[in-house]
Design a protein around this ligand. Sequence first.
Ligand code: SAM
Length: 680
Amino acid sequence: MNDELRQRVIQALQRGEDLPSDWARELFPPEKREYELTYYGKEREEDIIAGTMAVPLQAERTFGRNGVDWHNMLIFGDNLQVMKTLLEQKKAGKLCNADGTPGVRLIYIDPPFATKREFSGSQDQKAYQDRVAGAQFVEFLRRRLVLLRELLANNGSLFVHLDQKKGHYIKVVLDEVFGENNFRNEIIVRRTQKNYLERDYISSLNVATDILYVYARSTQTQFAPVFKDEAIAETWHSLDAPNWSGTRPNLIYELFGKMPPKGRCWAWSPEKATDAIERGDLRPNPRTGKPVYRIPARDKTLCTSLWDDLAAYSFSSGYPTEKSEKLSARVVQMATTEGDLILDAFAGSGTTCAVAAKLGRRWIGIDCGKLAIYTIQKRMLNLKTEIGNKGKARKLQPFTLYNAGLYDFSKLKQLPWADWRFFCLQLFGCKEELHTIGGLQLDGKLKGASVLVFNHHEKPGVGIDEETIKTIHAAVGKKIGRKFYIIAPRGVFGFQQDYIDLDGVRYYAMRVPYSIINELHQREFTALKQPNDEMAVNDTVDSVGFDFIQPPKVKWTPGVNARKGQLTKEAFLKIDKFESRARLRGEDTHGGMETFSMLMLDFDYDGDVFDLDTVFYNHQMEEAGWEARFSAESLGNNVMAVFIDIHGNEAREVIPLTQFSLQPTKPVAKKTKAKAKPKK
Ligand SMILES: C[S@@+](CC[C@H](N)C(=O)[O-])C[C@H]1O[C@@H](n2cnc3c(N)ncnc32)[C@H](O)[C@@H]1O
């Protein structure tokens, strides 16, 4: 920095003014890199890794029998926090490929970019807001890319699926995060083309392609060649080649009575040419007599970086932006072998998970949308053998569904003591570390201070009040420093405040469900959000922290619409009242219809697994007078309805067909476990 600028900085600071943003380069010159992408809010990589909170995984249900060494994971939650949890698993040696190497071999991501945003205001204001949204998106993704890099195995690779709008920014970020030398390819894939309009002038060309950026974790990463199903006929090519500056005299010799043309040579040595003649791969051109060699006919062609032979999108699950299994299979075959671990952190309809399962790979899918989770659950339970959802039904590949960041407290309470203790320590980011102070057995450490997980199983009915804190203080107060943490179920604490101070020691009460004590967490917690229309399904979601599920209260009426002249009967489910009761970020909140996200229906509930058939979003229901309407013909003896609020809480209802005033279609099976609820 020169003297003049130094003086101007000092004067500006003395006047209490903000420094102009264009001084940033002078004040903080880039250290090693020649160039980088700069924008407001760009965090240091170290801070991203250290500042991201890991959240425990609560197993919701296991489908099939999971193996001992590994089980596939479908995780509901914000992927950033989950990545940090997975990173801890990697460090603990629990995230491995079948060959024992730690880390994920392949990460494929297809992140959303919210194109739906519509800003009001002038063109300039709109352009400015677009840029702000753009920078936020870039940082949203960059934070995740930093953690994804850490999750990769040393010889792993990352494929990022993007479109032409933000691809170039993310390419720059990827170069920064992975190193430009680890960039391997930009693959162009074909997207569904819109029909050209019959107009004289167009404002731009229709977009026909998407991009896949391919990065290696290190020089150890290798790929398998992949092929297009494109047959090539046999061809013959001239053997002469340039003889650069006459440096290849050994390649100038007589072949079939011919010498190479002036200034050129043969491409092969005399020995190689003799072998090829014997094999019939080299011969004189029947017309000119000059040597020509053969490229044999093949039934497939080696892929280049242009993948225009397959469609990138598919529409089989009905999930918006679903990618095709063919595309995913090519990526999987290029970057992995059997038993390798694959992660898709924006899983959507679960294309990557399905393909991984079909091709014998291990898989982890993460998504923060309930619709995505139920779509994937259905897909994984109904897999076909062939790529593209064709062929015979495939044997179930076991997997466990987890909640990360949004927990069911009723199930937590039932956990055995050891699991409860482990969950609580993870929830508050404590290190498990058994130790004893003043005769008191303690469970862990949080930023160096001791943590006690209260054993409510051992002492049912016993509470923690101010007297208890005093007793603890008498035993350990002089030996524990300035902070002490106690984790217990919310109802166990007999006082309201977050902490109690005694002689300079602060005793924190960490309550489950819920405890966000602001001074303990560097970041503000932000809630998970579920979409309430189809366009929003593809929005980015950035949530921090954890919450506990509180099912919404729903009043509903099922029935049949009798319409004259209609051949098929139409059933309906009407929402009369919807009330969400989220315990959001420590505060109990209530909301009405505006907090309803979507209704999911399983038309033929088997009493065991919710098998998603269709979804009705808030706006569709509102437009139809809060009625979901569907064909009565498709209904089984029981319908299962899952009402979801915008925070991801669900109310589940099993509705017997008779409540729609319809007669059972099948004999009622004895083994049906589901208990039908009375009509509300
Ligand atoms: C473009 S879609 C993925 C489609 C997927 N490739 C397929 O074939 O179906 C993007 C997904 O990212 C999810 N998503 C957005 N933000 C997320 C976050 N922070 N954590 C996890 N998932 C997120 C959305 O819910 C959406 O399902």
